[in-house]
Every structure is written in C-alpha cells, then in structure tokens.
Design a protein. Structure first.
Length: 330
C-alpha cells in the first residue's frame, strides 16, 4: 500500500480588505477592490537551502519562521495597502501615480520592505519585553524580595499592556475589518481541514479561532517568559533587562515548539486545554466575518492551492519567477 504524503498545514494572514495564504510553493494574497473585483498577489517561495536547514532544527526553526513570515507578510500587507490607497484616488491622480512609479518591484524596494519588516518585528518584541520590566520595577521594586513573584507581576503587566493595546486598536473601523478577515482566514483553514467544500455557507459554520494562530504564539511567549526568567537571578534593573533581551530568542523558540505541540494534541480531550489561553486571546484579534469577506478568503485559498499544484509539477531545473504580481494599478 503506497505511503500517503503528510497533509500540508496551511497558514495565512489577514491584510487590508483581504487574506494571504501560504502553501508549500507559493504565497497568495486576494484583495477585494472597491468595485467588487478580487485581485491577487502571487509570490512563489524560493527559500535558500540554509534557511530550509535551519527550519529543521528545534528552537531555531521558530525564530527563522517568525522572521521569515514577518518579511514575506509585509510584502503582502503593502500590496493590500497600495490597492486600498489606489481605490481612493481620483482617475487623474491615479494616472499621475502610474507615471511616477513605473512597474514592478525594484531590488531597492524589496530590500526596503524586508528591512522595515525585520526592524518593526524586533522593535515590537523589545518594547513588549522591556517596558513591563521597567513598570514592575517602578511599582514593586521594594515591596518584596521574591523574584518569581516579581516575574509573575511582570508577566501580568505584559498581558495587561497587550490586551489594552489590542482592544484599543480593535475599536478603529479599519482594524475591526482586518480582524474580520483574520476570522475568515481561520474559518477557511478549519473548513479545509474538516474536508468541507469551501463555500461561504459551509465555511461560516466553523469557529473563527484556531490553534496555530500567531495570537496563540504571543500568549505563549508571556507564559513561557514567566517560568524561564525565574531560572535566573539578577541584582539590579539593568541586569534584569539584559537577561530579558538575551533570553528573548529562547522564549520565542520554546513558544514556537509549544505552539506546534498544542496544535498536535488539540483532539485529545484533556490536552486540548493547553491551547485555550491562545484561543482566548483570539477573541480580541478575530471578529466574525461577513459572507463577502469569507468569499475573498476562499478565493485566496483556492488560488494558492491551484498554483501550489502547478508549481509542484515544475522541474527543479525549471526557472520559477521570483514574483508574479497582479499589478495594483490595473
């Protein structure tokens, strides 16, 4: 009996008025334009051999995957932002914009997007790591000597800051719609994993929450940090902050492995509760989508699967284009 190939665990990302899905060979974003048309950004994956090797090493693979997804996700987010901005332009302004920009992605543009994505990711993680340390030290420095309790309070402050930030931004109309597309992305993946035909009616039956979500990963970094930091002692605030920065890659790596584990045991009655903290956070980062938003998510997923199948048959010696753009400017 032939051995069945391992099913692909698909992932995605909400973008402005659309959804990006990643397959084995290609990333595809579908965006709903103002006139109702759905346009696509299709980028074949061309990971370097050394990146593929790092992706097989436990702990390291998490850090590589996070940075890689931040870089690639930024390109798709920029595409959706350009499409949204383009739809708001008057015809005369649109013609002028076309003349200025020319066509395609230049090398400098790609490098710029990559640099901004990495710096944004690092800045966000560093701020969320160090700010709670400073606040906790200011409020409770002389209250007691138990460092585990200090770490626990630090984790609580980090969680409060995270929840407050997510709640605040979710009040804006654009972010609310982004979170609706996030919910649509989860629903499509869940429907596909259940073997359902992907129609808006079928997809809407599924939960907007999913175990593999990046929101779950963020929650895990808070929990893992509390316990990991407690393995080390410190004498002052600067030493404590330095430890947090040095241990940040370890926290990210362990959290990634735990995220994979919680997803793999989600069907086991007792162990499924391990993933619940991340699911609770998704109550903030996802919203119930409309049928029209689900249609965009389905279109992105189907296009990704179609291109994935085509690229799987391409010979290793064949040349695959670096990026196939469905131009935002028409």
């Amino acid at each position: 009996m032939p051995q069945q190939s391992k099913p692909v665990s698909y992932g995605g990302q909400a973008v402005i008025e659309g959804v990006m899905f990643g397959g084995k060979h290609v990333n595809v974003t579908a965006v709903r334009r103002k006139d109702g048309e759905i346009t696509y950004l299709e980028v074949p994956k061309q990971d370097k051999s050394w990146v593929m090797k790092l992706r097989r090493i436990p702990l390291l693979r998490g850090i590589v995957s996070i940075i890689d997804s931040s870089v690639k996700g930024s390109k798709h987010l920029n595409y959706s932002a350009d499409a949204y901005a383009d739809d708001e332009l008057e015809p005369e302004e649109k013609a002028k914009q076309k003349e200025k920009e020319g066509s395609g992605w230049s090398l400098s543009m790609i490098i710029g997007v990559t640099a901004v994505a990495i710096l944004s990711f690092l800045f966000g993680k560093i701020v969320l790591t160090l700010l709670p340390v400073v606040i906790e030290n200011f409020l409770f420095k002389n209250a007691f000597d138990n460092q585990f309790l200090h770490n626990l309070l630090e984790g609580g402050i980090k969680l409060i800051l995270l929840l407050a930030y997510l709640w605040l931004i979710s009040q804006t109309p654009m972010i609310k719609r982004l979170f609706q597309y996030h919910g649509a992305e989860h629903k499509v993946i869940s429907a596909h994993e259940a073997g359902e035909e992907l129609t808006p009616e079928n997809v809407q039956k599924y939960s907007r929450l999913h175990y593999r979500c990046g929101s779950s990963f963020i929650m895990l970094t808070v929990i893992i940090g509390i316990f990991l930091y407690s393995l080390f002692t410190y004498d002052n605030l600067w030493e404590r902050m330095g430890q947090r920065l040095l241990l940040l890659p370890v926290v990210l790596g362990i959290s990634f492995e735990l995220l994979k584990m919680t997803n793999s045991v989600r069907d086991i009655p007792v162990l499924r509760y391990l993933g619940y903290p991340g699911l609770w956070l998704q109550l903030l980062t996802t919203k119930e989508p409309t049928n029209e938003q689900v249609e965009v998510s389905i279109a992105s997923f189907n296009r990704m699967r179609e291109l994935d199948a085509k690229l799987a048959n391409v010979s290793a010696t064949s040349e695959v284009p670096v990026a196939t753009l469905d131009p935002v400017k028409g």
